[in-house]
Design a protein around this ligand. Structure first.
Ligand SMILES: NC(=O)c1ccc[n+]([C@@H]2O[C@H](COP(=O)([O-])OP(=O)(O)OC[C@H]3O[C@@H](n4cnc5c(N)ncnc54)[C@H](O)[C@@H]3O)[C@@H](O)[C@H]2O)c1
Length: 306
């Protein structure tokens, strides 16, 4: 009898180990809090009627997030530099169902032109009479070795990935405070959690974003300003094609391959919408092994660095 019980316990333990491995490692594409929120938390449908402003909405993750939020009836201000692409995104947003023509506003501008930030914000609030969510998503990546990067590229990359988001958020913040609150999401990266090789300025910019927006949360959460820092791993988009190198004015230009191990923009956007609906502080959105590397770097940094 004891032997039968022993066998039973062994088989149960093995099955538990196999299923846990499958769930934690193979299937997981987000951190545990995020996946819990997706299954048991608030649905993004609860965001219906809110107004969200997404920068970098003309392609990639920003475009997919626009479709995801449009599906749930979130009114949208969409920014990017390419007007024809923004118009195509608007058409697709309207095709999702709940929104009318007036519910999607196009606000094209170059995010590094800080002098335009107030004017663009006034356009959004003038149209919708309010703003509930700002998604700082626009950004560019980089492929270059540390010692090949010029300081000019460092400045340009920080201008696009850091100072533009900080400036736009400072413009929007008084509106959130006078309206009793608001939600700022910033698209960082797993490069905001540890050092990615061949992208020192990019990695530096994403670490900087983490710092800025952590401070924003610490200072303003009690006044109703929620901050979500999204950290995606590799996602299929135009990010590699358009990325900086180490030389000013040069664009990397390489296309992602279909065989690359990357998440789809739609899945990334789905999880970002869950993070918004559940007001999560920081979310990791990635396929393996990047997701596990994130856990390792956070909880076992010495092992990770070895
Ligand atoms: N794709 C990935 O693997 C990945 C992973 C982690 C984080 N991210 C981050 O996600 C965000 C979106 O990137 P993506 O992957 O969708 O790439 P993408 O190139 O498809 O989209 C970037 C968007 O930002 C806009 N943009 C860039 N520079 C701009 C400027 N000066 N003014 C206005 N708009 C500008 C582009 O027009 C585009 O709409 C970026 O911040 C990126 O760092 C991407």
């Amino acid at each position: 009898m004891d032997a039968v019980l022993m066998w039973f316990i062994c088989v149960c333990t093995l099955l538990f180990a196999v299923f846990s491995f499958r769930w934690f490692y193979v299937d997981a594409d987000g951190d545990l809090t995020l996946l819990w929120a997706e299954r048991y938390g608030r649905s993004p449908a609860e965001l219906r009627g809110k107004v969200a402003w997404i920068t970098g909405a003309s392609s990639g993750i920003g475009e997919a997030l626009a479709y995801e939020l449009a599906k749930y009836g979130v009114k949208l201000a969409l920014s990017g530099t390419k007007v024809d692409r923004l118009e195509a995104v608007k058409t697709e947003c309207l095709a999702q169902g709940p929104l009318k023509d007036d519910d999607v506003l196009l606000v094209p501008f170059d995010i590094t032109d800080f002098s335009k930030h107030s004017e663009c914000f006034e356009k959004v609030v003038g149209h919708f009479k309010k703003l509930d969510i700002l998604v700082n998503n626009a950004g560019r990546s980089q492929r270059a070795r540390f010692d090949e990067i010029t300081t000019e590229v460092d400045y340009q990359l920080f201008g696009t990935n850091v100072f533009s988001h900080v400036s736009l958020t400072r413009v929007v913040l008084p509106h959130f405070l006078s309206n009793g609150g608001g939600h700022v999401m910033v698209n960082s990266s797993i490069a905001g959690k540890y050092g990615l090789p061949n992208s020192a300025s990019y990695t530096g910019s994403k670490h900087a974003i983490q710092g800025y927006f952590e401070c924003l949360r610490t200072e303003f959460e009690a006044k109703g300003v929620n901050v979500t820092v999204a950290c995606p791993g590799p996602v299929f988009s135009n990010v590699i094609e358009r990325c900086f190198t180490g030389t000013p004015g040069e664009v990397f230009g390489e296309k992602q391959k279909e065989t690359d191990k990357r998440m789809s923009t739609s899945r990334c956007a789905q999880l970002m919408a869950v993070a918004l609906a559940n007001n999560l502080d920081e979310v990791w959105i990635s396929l393996q092994p990047s997701l596990s590397i994130c856990y390792l770097s956070q909880y076992m940094p010495t092992v990770f660095r070895r």
